[in-house]
Design a protein around this ligand. Sequence first.
Ligand code: AMP
Length: 610
Amino acid sequence: MADNLILGIDLGTTNSLAAVMTPTGPEIVRDADGASLVPSVIAFGAGGVTVGAEARAHAVENPTATVYSVKRLMGKSVDDLARVMDVLPYDVTPGKHDTVCVNVQGRHMSPQELSAIILRDIKTRAEAICQPGQKITRAVITVPAYFDDSQRQATRDAGRIAGLEVCRIVNEPTAAALAYGLDRAEDACIAVYDLGGGTFDVSILRVSGGVFEVLSTQGDTQLGGDDLDRELINLLTEEIRSQFGAELQFPPATRQALRTFAEATKVRLSTEESATVEVALGGGRVFTRTITRDEFESLASKWVDHTIEHCARALRDADLGPQDIDQVVMVGGSTRVPLVRSKTKDFFQREPYTAVNPDEIVALGAAVQAGILAGIKRDTLLLDVTPLSLGIETLGGAVGKLIMRNSTIPCQAAETFSTYVDGQTSVDIHVLQGERELAKDCRSLGKFQLTGIPPMPAGAPRVQVSFMLDANGILGVSAKELRSGKAASVQITPAHGLTHDEIDSMVQESYAHAIEDLNAHRLIDLRNESERILVAIDKAIETSGHVLSDQQRQALDAAVADLKTKRQQDDCDAVYEAMGAANEAATPLTEAQMDDVLSQTVKGRKMDDV
Ligand code: AMP
């Protein structure tokens, strides 16, 4: 890596990460296991100070000496922090000049010093992938657009304490747009919606001739995924008290455990319809609660609505309407919450852009900015990109994209799929190129088969498909069933035979058919999901059908029949509703199965182990 290296750092409330500009484009700094996110958590233990995942793992046993969300404290006074102080298990005390300090075992540390510990760790991780002995001394650090002067100054100071000259503080939305290469869009208005762990901001940018203009920004430095966690913590706390007595106290370790459970539940509810929490309260008392996505969404709704109000304000400030926005970019881990995506989509009347990992975009953009400051020519970034997206055909004829159009090459991506039929011993891999949502509308690059998978129930095999696009544009595709180790691969030259005009027309077509394609894709997803539900209901009837009353059984049969009819039709909303109705009619079965699992779990263990 070059001597003039400048590190791009996304110093986040929940997670931090770094990226560097290389001759082939920005690259995320990863550890030996491929992990990029460093939890912004610091633990002060008997063995010394630890940062990141290790520190977070100690949070439950060592809550008062584990510091997280320190970004919330940067440049703030005690008054500013009244709303969050009571949920932080560590001790926040007034510091000098109306600032705050964290008291860790009698040692008072400023938020800048704490952030510096995280920055130093990130710097060390980045140096580990540099040439031996190379030191990194300069950085670009991103901050929410809403950060005021004192918060920006505090961030700069944190860098200095960590031994980094902070060359530039960049707004996170600008970095996100840079990472997407949106500086190449011609005269477009972009909304960057960034919902992280502790901050929200929305920025309206106009890009023209490669120049960004920030038309407006709105946000709230005290709104984020942590608020959704807190809603769940409050729900659990109230219910625990009503079950075990209002006088029940929550020691720091239990509060920290509740926080961990709440966040894990929220994350699970992004992909699952319900999640179960089990909290050991000591003395053999265990609290168990299943939370559904609907329940979570009704708790989360007011927070998401606040973000939408900010979006409306930002548009008003920019003198624009939702119809003037050409692209909506989603940034921050909390944009994985389905309710966040759907409400944003409804407001801006367009599908939000979620192609790049929402956790990594800002760091990538910081590295692009760092590259510009270091004098690394951006042309190299612009030239070495893949002109069309690459993916594989998934069940029902949809396309699962692994490498997005305009990704810098060389690059690689992997995704894990499963089977849908019991005992399936082979999987067909159909490699596709193009921007459309359906396989039939994309260019077929090749097909191969992974055979010899041992027979397993549907959903059990884990087939990892990996794409590796090298600097010459040669695509290697491999598929491996992770349980049995069976593997197969093929090599393809994707750009072969395509002229610039052909590429342009494929991209144009994808814009022209965007809505129709998305609906078709959604219908396929819904049909797949409803098939899964029907199979699950069938199995549940076999094992627990006896718990149903005649009336419940009739209702379930009717809901199943309706779902079977609706999934043959083309109306997404009707399938979605029928899926909900079938799930609801199957609730007595699900509950019976859960009771079974729970009683078996408890039977197998002593109460104190639970
Ligand atoms: P950031 O500040 O951008 O790192 O975002 C961190 C926030 O995103 C935290 O509140 C996480 O709990 C949340 N988050 C990360 N992944 C998910 C997910 N899959 N579903 C819901 N929230 C998530």
